[in-house]
Design a protein around this ligand. Structure first.
Ligand SMILES: CC(C)(COP(=O)(O)OP(=O)(O)OC[C@H]1O[C@@H](n2cnc3c(N)ncnc32)[C@H](O)[C@@H]1OP(=O)(O)O)[C@@H](O)C(=O)NCCC(=O)NCCS
Length: 212
């Protein structure tokens, strides 16, 4: 499946590697055609070409699907919604690394989502559309990761925790069981969330408190 990655920063490079590693380990045969950018100032080293801006996507002969390579939840949502409206029939495959381990009979992963190497979930986990689980994320039973939400490296949410839409959980942070993190909220790297986080707020520290 020929894919174009939207974005060309660090998360886009992570995403390209994920797609290639899935293919090289015998999974879906993704082929990264290249990257499409809106901001060329954030370009870094690539071994696939930067194809140009979103105008490139009009040529449907060049690709079979699109993948978001953007690591900020609110930007993922904005860009995905714009591109889905502009190109409603284009597929957004989920990228799930073969080393990700969950009870696949009871867990679900939505379209456009990314589940990286070493993610461990258990049972009845729901990963929403366009959500991102970066390497070594852990999820307890019945955890819910809302659409466009992003969990960074080694973050963990416990059983029954709900991340609503477009939530950021920073590297190494923990959210305790049955807590809810409201839409658009951010949990800082290394935080331990012991209470519900209201929508749109940023919480940091142990125990986590609202950042003023
Ligand atoms: C919490 C976070 C979202 C805030 O971002 P921000 O709004 O840009 O905040 P700033 O960097 O301006 O920092 C504001 C203050 O909060 C403090 N702060 C920032 N992140 C913190 C954290 N995770 N824990 C404790 N304090 C933190 C800063 O030291 C600063 O304090 P000061 O005003 O006393 O100097 C961000 O720092 C964070 O932790 N993001 C996740 C990072 C991550 O996962 N990176 C991995 C990428 S793969």
């Amino acid at each position: 499946m020929r894919i174009i990655i939207i974005g060309a920063g660090g998360h886009a490079r992570d995403t390209a590697w994920l797609a290639r590693d899935i293919a090289s380990r015998g999974g879906t045969r993704f082929e990264v055609v290249g990257f499409v950018v809106s901001d060329s100032s954030r370009l870094g080293p690539h071994d696939s070409p930067v194809l140009g801006d979103e105008g490139v996507l009009a040529d449907r002969d060049r690709y079979d699907g699109l993948v978001l390579g953007i690591g900020t939840p609110s930007v993922r949502k904005k860009v995905a919604e714009r591109l889905m409206a502009a190109h409603p029939d284009v597929p957004w495959p989920a990228l799930v690394h073969p080393t990700a381990s969950m009870d696949w009979d009871s867990c679900t992963v939505g379209p456009g989502a990314m589940v990286a190497a070493g993610v461990i979930g258990t049972v009845n986990v729901r990963v929403g559309a366009y959500a991102v689980l970066n390497p070594a994320v852990t999820l307890g039973h019945e955890a819910v990761v809302g659409p466009y939400s992003v969990m960074n490296h080694a973050a963990g949410i416990s059983g029954g925790t709900v991340l609503e839409e477009a939530v950021l959980v920073g590297t190494g942070a923990r959210v305790l069981q049955y807590r809810t993190v409201g839409a658009g909220a951010r949990v800082g790297a290394g935080a331990v969330v012991t209470k519900d986080v209201p929508p749109g707020e940023t919480w940091v520290g142990i125990p986590a408190r609202r950042m003023d």
